[in-house]
Design a protein. Sequence first.
Length: 174
Amino acid sequence: MRYRRAFLRGGSFFFTVVTEQRRPLFAAADAVEVLRMAFRAVRSTRPFEVDAMVVLPDHLHCIWTLPPGDADFATRWRLIKTWFTKHCDPALRSEPNRARTAKREQALWQHRYWEHALRDEADFTRHVEYVHFNPVKHGFVAWRWNGRIPAFADMSRLRCIRRIGDGVRWILKE
């Protein structure tokens, strides 16, 4: 089966990447830090902007903007997944099934990922809001109405980096 990908040079894309069998690989801070290092390593050789990102225990969502003239997000994801797999705690690796063993693959990530080319500013905004609301949707943080809706400009500078206790820690993007 051939998958159709939207290769848009210099485009912005929304991604969902899921762990194999939804295992909570990112429940520990150490694993999230290894994922961060994987992103940094890949970005140092194949630059891209991370416009929004949330890491939950068993999946992550992010929005990237690629450099002008570049449409190769697939290689970047392959490199990030590979870097994480090689550098993570070996205890996170489960026994691969026969098909994966035959291909010499680890069992940390689902094979595919969801990608969506963001069409315009409204589409971009909707997906940033989805990224920011995802921890609420999954019950990691409670939604409290404080009388105002955060401005997009304020929200776009925040990135959820990991679940901490009953909440999610937000930091300014690097």
